[in-house]
Structures are given as structure tokens and as C-alpha cells.
Unconditional design. Structure first.
Length: 482
């Protein structure tokens, strides 16, 4: 069990020694809670929940970002319950399906979303007397999570069908959080959470901020002008979001020219494909910021790739280098590019109530992400496309063509290299590179793998995709899937 998170409970992650100005500030209400105040409020609400629900009960949350949502999220898990964040943007029949599929016994809600709930589900309004009473419970010490005990169920929409329930346990999510926290460091930071907290992106970034005791602002919805004005007014240092958010900010040229945004030191962009053109524009908006591409999935966890162990600088479009403890395979491609399979402590055990899908996507703890990635000579990974966007024509696997004007992320075919291990020197740092093997042509769809000198499995069949879709085509499809 981590010394940082001794109870093994994802609800018990608020920093015990936060930075001096560490706080959670709800911009919608103006309410500000220091980290100790947030911890106490979560403990009291957990006490109220424990009196009303038995351990393991699943409780949905249907709300905008803000203090009630994050307190409820933490308190449910502290009490040994299972949080089920649900998007309020979904139609009522889909929300009803999610509540039934997850077996949620109650829903904590913002009042305007009450009409989206089926009559059979108990609704607890954040502004009502019942929630106020729950919030006044006796403070409860976080329950110690049992091995494999669920902490949350997140729903992710695929390219077809209804949203799929992804049950996640305390241990796996804390493993991912600990990796990210250690890589991020303990320097004081200030940030804003605007990604919706029913999505892994928003939830995970919130837990990182609370675990490190940052000064954290929460916005109920994204408005590019309000976001930029907050960054400038509060001198925020670290930002996170999806590509479309930053593309919208880039259109606010008058505001960008007017505001002083030099306080921002780091920008992390993820949850959808990223282009060099957008990276360059973000750098021009936040001139002192390091801009990083991030990768993760709801099913396999948010911590996949991080800093290089030899301290090598991450290339602009790179996702990073695999974190310690991340097992991976590339299949149906070349030795350095293919479909990504991964196995980590954060990988889900299986989608809820979908045995056929589980049989397709999971095997002995390995999760098939469906994402095509490649890695370079230094071991940095890059996103290429989605396997379900690929097709076979004339015996060659391809991805729909992209325009030359957006070729920043185009990955050209490389002739297989010698099977002799190679190294590259950068100053005093030398990193062992992969050993390419001659690609074995096969019509088989087997995922058997050969081993490279770095101890990584590599694929032995398939062809390299010849081209990629435009970033906006890919982004549109990605958002529809996620």
C-alpha cells in the first residue's frame, strides 16, 4: 500500500501537507475551501452516506463541475460506496439505461437534471434538505479498501451502441495516480478544472490537484474567454484540456493579445488527437509553457506514458515513454508500429454486463485499446490512428488519406532495420534502442510476438498504414467515440 495513500481509498487523497495557498475554489458560487476544510467536509458527508447506504452501494452523480460534485465523489468512496458519474448531456433514456446497467440505487443531482431521471431512482438534490442533512453527518474515517474493491464506474461511449460501463477499483486508480504525482513533482501550482468530472480526464486531473494540494479553481462549463481571463487574473501555472478547448481559445485573438498569460508553465492536452499546428499556436498563447501531448483510456487508466527515464526531452507530438509497471504489446503491424495492447494494475476487469465485448477486448489482463501507435528510436510513443478506421485494399492495410497540409503527424513507412541492437548517445545519456526484426509476412491474424532487447514484445505480421485522416476528421470521430 502506498505511503502517500495509506488507506488505499481513492476518496482519501487530499494532501495532508498542501502548499500554503492550496484550496479548491468553485467559480460558480465563489465558495473556497482550504484542503483541510475540504477534507473535513468530505469526512462529514461520508458519515452521512454511511448511515444511509450499505457498503458497495452504487450511487450516481449527475451534476456540473463544482464543490457538491467533488465532495460527493470523494465522500462516496470514503464510505465504501461506488461513485457513478453520469453525463448530464445525455438523453433521458440513455441516462436511464446507465442507472439500470450500473444498478445505481440513488442519484445525487443538480436540480435542473431531475427531469432526466427515471421515477424508480431516488433523487437527492444538492440544494435540498436531504443533502444538507447528509453533509452534517459524523466525520467518518475512510474505509480501507479491500483488494479489487470498486471505487467508481465510468461510462464510455464507443463508436456503436450504448455507453459501456467501466468498473474501476481503488488499487488500480491509486497506482496510476501515484505514478503521475511522482512524475509531476511537488512544486506549488495553480490550475483550473473545466473538463467535465464525469469523464476520466476531468476526474483524474482533479485528483492530481487535490493529492498535491494545489490552488485549484473549478469551472462548471468551458467558456474560452472566461477561461483565459481566469488564467490571467489568478496567474495560473498549469493547464489541462482537450484540443478543441485550446483551438477555441486560439480564436480569441483580441483577448490573447490583451492578457498577460506568461504565468503558465505547463499545458497538457489529451483525450483526442493533437497536431503540431495546434501545439505551435498554444505555445504562442502561453509563451513560457511546455506543451505536452497526453494519452490514456478509461479502461486502462490515465497513466500510460510519462518522462523518459534517461531525461531525454519529449518530442512535441510524442505521448511520452511508458511508465514503470506498464506492460505493452504492439500487434498487427511492424516491430515499431501497431495496435496497442496494455496490461497494468489500472486495467479494468471487464465492461459491465458485456461478456462478448470482454472476450474481444480482454485476455489474461491485457486490454486491446484499438489505438494504432508507434515508437521511435528513443522509445517515445506517438498516436497514429484508430484500428477501426483502417481498411485493407490490395493486401495493404491503410487509414483514410489525410491532406498534405496537415502532415505534421504523418508517419512514413521505414524499411526494417538491421537486427543488431543500436544505441544513441546524447551527452552522457545512452538509451538502449529496440532491435527491429525482419517483418514476417503472414495472412494470419495471430498476435504472437517476438522480443526486442528492451524486453518489449514486438509484432511479427501486418503492414504499416500508408496514410492518415485529417486531424479534424479524426478528432470528430474520436469525440463521437469517447
Amino acid at each position: 500500500m502506498s505511503t502517500r495513500f495509506p488507506t488505499g481509498n481513492l476518496g482519501d487523497i487530499i494532501a495532508r501537507a498542501p502548499q500554503a495557498d492550496g484550496a479548491y475554489i468553485d467559480t460558480a458560487t465563489g465558495r473556497s475551501l482550504t484542503m483541510p476544510e475540504l477534507d473535513t467536509a468530505a469526512a462529514r458527508l461520508a458519515g452521512g452516506f454511511a448511515q444511509q447506504f450499505s457498503r458497495g452501494t452504487r450511487v450516481a452523480i449527475l451534476a456540473r463541475n463544482g464543490t457538491p460534485l467533488i465532495l460527493s465523489y470523494l465522500a462516496l468512496m470514503r464510505a465504501g460506496l461506488v461513485a457513478v458519474p453520469v453525463s448530464h448531456r445525455l438523453p433521458a433514456d440513455t441516462i436511464g439505461y446507465i442507472l439500470e446497467d450500473s444498478q445505481s440505487e440513488a442519484a445525487l443531482i443538480d436540480a435542473p437534471f431531475a427531469e432526466l431521471l427515471p421515477a424508480s431512482v431516488q433523487a437527492i438534490d444538492f440544494g435540498g434538505a436531504e443533502f444538507a442533512e447528509l453533509s452534517s453527518g459524523e466525520p467518518l474515517d475512510p474505509v480501507r479498501a479491500a483488494p479489487g474493491e470498486l471505487c467508481e464506474i465510468l461510462y464510455t461511449s464507443g463508436s456503436t451502441g450504448r455507453p459501456k460501463g467501466v468498473p474501476l477499483d481503488h488499487a488500480g486508480q491509486l497506482w496510476a495516480l501515484n505514478l503521475f504525482v511522482e512524475a509531476t513533482g511537488t512544486d506549488p501550482q495553480s490550475t483550473v478544472i473545466v473538463a467535465p468530472a464525469y469523464h476520466m480526464n476531468g476526474l483524474f486531473f482533479t485528483t492530481v490537484a487535490l493529492a498535491l494540494g494545489w490552488r485549484t479553481f473549478s469551472m462548471p462549463a468551458f467558456d474560452p474567454r472566461a477561461f483565459l481571463e481566469l488564467v490571467a487574473a489568478e496567474r495560473l501555472t498549469l493547464l489541462s484540456g482537450i484540443p478543441t478547448m485550446f483551438a477555441m481559445m486560439a480564436r480569441q485573438t483580441d483577448l490573447v493579445d490583451e492578457l498577460d498569460l506568461r504565468s503558465v508553465e505547463a499545458v497538457t492536452i489529451g483525450s483526442a488527437p493533437l497536431t503540431q499546428a495546434l501545439i505551435d499556436r498554444v505555445r504562442s498563447i502561453f509563451p513560457n509553457a511546455a506543451v505536452r501531448n497526453s494519452y490514456g483510456t478509461t479502461e486502462s487508466g490515465p497513466a500510460m506514458f510519462g518522462p523518459h527515464p534517461d531525461g531525454l526531452e519529449r518530442p512535441p507530438l510524442a505521448l511520452g515513454y511508458p511508465y514503470p509497471g506498464v506492460e505493452w504489446r504492439l500487434v498487427d503491424g511492424t516491430p515499431s508500429q501497431g495496435k496497442l495492447l496494455t496490461r497494468t494494475p489500472a486495467v479494468m476487469r471487464g465492461y459491465l454486463n458485456l461478456p462478448e465485448v470482454n472476450a474481444e477486448r480482454l485476455n489474461d489482463g491485457w486490454y486491446d485499446t484499438g489505438d494504432i501507435v508507434r515508437y521511435d528510436e528513443d522509445g517515445f510513443f506517438y498516436f497514429v490512428g484508430r484500428a477501426d478506421d483502417m481498411f485493407v485494399c490490395g493486401g495493404r492495410t491503410s487509414i483514410p488519406a489525410r491532406s498534405k497540409s496537415s502532415s505534421n503527424a504523418t508517419l512514413a513507412y521505414s524499411k526494417p532495420r538491421s537486427s543488431r541492437p543500436r544505441t544513441r548517445s546524447r551527452g552522457r545519456s545512452r538509451s538502449r534502442l529496440w532491435c527491429d526484426r525482419k517483418m514476417q509476412q503472414s495472412t494470419s491474424t495471430s498476435s504472437s510476438n517476438s522480443r526486442c532487447p528492451m524486453g518489449r514484445p514486438t509484432p511479427t505480421q501486418g503492414q504499416l498504414p500508408s496514410s492518415m485522416p485529417s486531424p479534424w476528421e479524426e478528432l470528430t470521430r474520436w469525440i463521437a467515440r469517447r
